[in-house]
Design a protein around this ligand. Structure first.
Ligand SMILES: *Cc1c(COP(=O)(O)O)cnc(C)c1O
Length: 399
């Protein structure tokens, strides 16, 4: 057998190692403050960690049921009912996955096939493009437009063709921080119903909302029966390394996700499932405390970036601030981010990686604010010279 030549196929070869890896590596090399990757630098609640430890010592080491532990499925169902009024049968309308990532991959593989089109809000999370490519399907971007990144309803309607099968949403939205309002959700629902689309709604930031309220699209009329809603303990409880997520929806769609999931990971980590079942029973104060603390850090970062001369958008939700770097005289966010760790000791992610056409997001840079307040202050202190360096000299002159 030959090892190379035209017979060899390498899936996702064009995707390469992702930008978060590249920027985090630069951060390490230059001892930069890492505002590139979206994970908190403080752990979730001790009681939840203790529940994981207890499960380990109680001998919870073997495979759980493929769809997830019954106690966790029940807790997810109760969460959806208590928060959003969505009634779910935990036996057939909830599946536990290895993070939201696996739920998304399994859903895309289940509901999109060769030559199908998937509508996606743009900018979009990088794993969506990989999931679509693995399915052989095509992403069709629907831009969030203007400085406030709102849904363009006309563009949404114009993007539908007779090949459209899936509407892939992320709300609250990474990287813009947009939380879709009632009018936007209704517009999306109208298109989904009119064209009989399956909706995959990535709601991993459902609890990280600072203005307005999160509303799952599955709660709108005629939407439950066509929607798979994806959640995760990672962002909600600040345990991003545990990789416990879930997909919920009508039994036929959840069965579709489960059919693929069982041949991706088979089942997901038993002890962490026990702990997340307890986490979902935490009192409301967990959510309000986390939100209050993140909102203060959002304001710190947004105000700080603005005073340096960037044009940040204050997000209504998520961990992220997108900032326009053009007021500083910079033109290319990728160039900006490749230089930032070495010159200023801070790492961020270029916005263009979230666009099908990099030109559309060339002026944007994404910073995270899910870090301790002292870490954010240190990043801003390091960035302070930016305000003086850049307006006088074009960014490229500094390279
Ligand atoms: C972090 C993130 C995920 C992945 O969640 P995991 O539970 O860690 O797999 C999915 N979607 C978006 C938009 C995210 O930001």
């Amino acid at each position: 057998m030959t090892a190379d030549g035209p017979r060899r196929r390498v899936r996702l070869a064009g995707v390469g190692s992702n930008i978060f890896t590249e920027m985090s590596a630069l951060a390490v090399r230059h001892r930069a403050v890492n505002l590139a990757q979206g994970f908190p630098d403080t752990p979730g609640p001790d009681s939840v960690t203790e529940a994981a430890v207890k499960a380990l010592y109680a001998g919870q080491h073997q495979y759980p049921p493929v769809p997830g532990l019954p106690a966790l499925r029940a807790a997810v169902a109760d969460h959806q009912r208590d928060r959003y009024g969505i009634a779910l049968d935990p036996d057939c309308e909830v599946v536990i996955t290895t993070g939201a990532s696996e739920a998304l991959a399994a859903a895309l593989l289940a509901f999109a096939g060769p030559d199908d089109e998937i509508l996606v809000l743009e900018p979009y999370y990088d794993s969506y493009a990989a999931g679509a490519e693995l399915a052989g399907a095509r992403l069709v971007p629907v831009p969030l437009t203007g400085p406030e990144f709102r849904l363009d309803a006309a563009a949404l309607r114009a993007a539908v063709t007779d090949r459209t099968r899936v509407l892939l949403l992320n709300n609250p939205h990474n990287p813009t921080g947009t939380v879709l309002d009632e009018r936007e959700l209704a517009e999306l629902a109208r298109v989904a119903v009119a064209h009989d689309l399956v909706v995959i709604s990535d709601e991993v930031y459902e609890h990280l909302v600072y203005e307005g309220l999160h509303r799952p699209i599955a709660a709108l009329p005629e939407m439950f029966e066509r929607t798979v809603t994806v959640g995760s303990a990672g962002k909600t409880f600040s345990f991003t390394g545990w990789k416990v997520g879930w997909a919920t929806g009508p039994a036929d769609l959840v069965a579709g996700v489960l059919a693929v999931k069982q041949y991706l990971s088979f089942a997901s980590g038993t002890p962490f499932q026990h702990a997340v079942a307890e986490a979902l029973r935490l009192p409301d104060s967990h959510y309000t405390d986390l939100c209050g603390s993140l909102k203060a850090r959002r304001d710190l970062l947004v105000d700080g970036l603005r005073s340096l001369g960037l044009r940040p958008r204050a997000p209504e939700g998520t961990y992220f601030v997108l900032a326009d770097v053009r007021p500083l005289g910079a033109v290319d966010g990728l160039e900006f981010c490749r230089e930032l760790p070495r010159r200023y000791g801070v790492a961020a992610v270029p916005g263009q990686v979230f666009y099908a056409d990099p030109e559309a997001g060339r002026h944007l840079v994404r910073f995270v604010f899910c870090k301790r307040e002292d870490v954010l202050r240190e990043a801003l202190r390091r960035l302070a010279p930016l305000a003086n360096d850049l307006p006088r000299r074009p960014w490229s002159a500094l390279l």
